[in-house]
Design a binder for this molecule. Structure first.
Ligand code: FMN
Length: 362
């Protein structure tokens, strides 16, 4: 369908081309952030303000980007972040994304709000074995979704805790964003709706609607004891919450503000990454996402202690521009850029990337 020379050659071209190709509604849904987009911007700015101090002349022959994480070997220290409704961008939806990522030996974290059946995605891409859960309004229903995912062959679960209610999505409201009738969160259709969009649906106060379905730490603790798989908590920003996640048995945390889509004015994830690692130590698996647009950004996050990172909007743009091939190419460009950054800074392996190689000018 695509000749190689029709694809963008550089990452920023994916971002501008996707922006131009998307409808107003899709642009508001996929690319915008909550409120004034201060957090969306802060995520990216934190990376662009960091500086890498190279260490030339070190041995870098035979280098590799491979890591080991939760007992799994990953070819790269990055994965595709869970994001919803890929079929808004490509008819094959999450299947296209998972296959495109797999072509680069990269894992996709499948969203609870995916628009393709979770078992179908899993069988389309054998390496795709991470599944993201939302709290489904009760312990039993959340466990039920987890068990459906495990039965389909997913082995690692990610519970997203930072979006119990839709953020203030001005751009979506302005654009009149609505899902078309043929795109749905198909894996959740058997569950009662739990997520609520106050500014659109709200006939009463937000608190009146939602309080009874919100999870708390006791619920998370219960889930950790009840699920027979490692569960990471996604959406941690406060160092004490990372410590609490570790104490209730989370397999790791993902420092994230949902790509600036929920609480506007939340801090940049790169800033909080440092604080979180200071609190939980460097052995505990701390991942992060938000604002990563280039291979050097991955390098910076790893230098500051992330064990791996998740990539959101760049994959959104790859899928929009060229479907499966676009996802694959975006991930390949990120990997090439990361390898170049490693070679230029004297790192043969991910373990060689240290905090003293990055100067943060926040
Ligand atoms: C359009 C969109 C939909 C998303 N949907 C989900 C979701 O269903 N579950 C989830 O845990 N995170 C979701 N996220 C957040 C991403 O997993 C990730 O945290 C974020 O995109 C990272 O920031 P970045 O886009 O700057 O890379 C979504 C993000 C976007 C952009």
């Amino acid at each position: 369908m695509f000749e190689p020379d029709q694809l963008p050659h550089i990452l920023p071209e994916y971002y501008t081309r996707a922006r131009d190709m998307m409808s107003l509604q899709n642009r508001a849904y996929f690319l915008a952030g909550a409120g004034d987009e201060a957090t969306l911007l802060a995520n990216e700015t934190a990376f662009s303000c960091a500086r890498i101090i190279p260490r030339p002349l070190r041995e870098t022959g035979g280098g590799s980007t491979q890591i080991s994480l939760l007992g799994q070997s990953h070819a790269t220290p990055f994965m595709v972040a869970p994001f919803a409704y890929h079929r808004l961008l490509d008819p094959l939806g999450e299947t296209a994304t998972a296959r495109g990522a797999q072509a680069q030996s990269i894992k996709t974290v499948v969203s609870a709000q995916s628009s393709v059946d979770l078992a179908q995605i899993r069988s389309a891409a054998a390496s795709c074995d991470w599944f993201q859960l939302y709290w489904m309004g009760s312990r039993e229903r959340t466990l039920e979704l987890a068990e459906i995912a495990l039965a389909a062959g997913y082995t690692v679960l990610v519970l997203t805790i930072d979006a119990p209610v839709q953020g203030v999505r001005d751009r979506e409201i302005e654009a009149g964003f609505q899902l078309p009738p043929d795109v749905r969160a198909v894996n959740l259709s058997a569950f009662p709706a739990t997520r609520f969009t106050p500014l659109i649906e709200g006939q009463s106060f937000v608190f009146d609607h939602i309080a009874h379905v919100l999870p708390n730490w006791r619920d998370v603790d219960w889930l950790m004891q009840s699920v027979a798989a490692p569960v990471l908590l996604k959406g941690i920003l406060h160092p004490d919450d990372a410590a609490r996640a570790a104490s209730v048995g989370a397999a790791g945390v993902i420092v994230s503000n949902h790509g600036g889509r929920v609480l506007d004015r939340a801090p940049a994830t790169l800033e909080m990454l440092l604080e979180v690692i200071k609190r939980v130590g460097s052995e505990y698996p701390v991942l992060m996402d938000g604002g990563i647009r280039r291979g050097v950004d991955i390098f910076i996050a790893l230098a500051l202690g992330a064990k791996a990172v998740l990539i959101g909007r760049p994959v959104v743009c790859g899928l929009c521009v060229a479907g499966e091939l676009g996802v694959s190419h975006v991930l390949r460009l990120l990997r090439d850029e990361l390898e170049i950054a490693m070679l230029l800074s004297g790192c043969a392996s991910i373990n060689d990337i240290h905090a003293d190689m990055v100067h943060l000018k926040l």
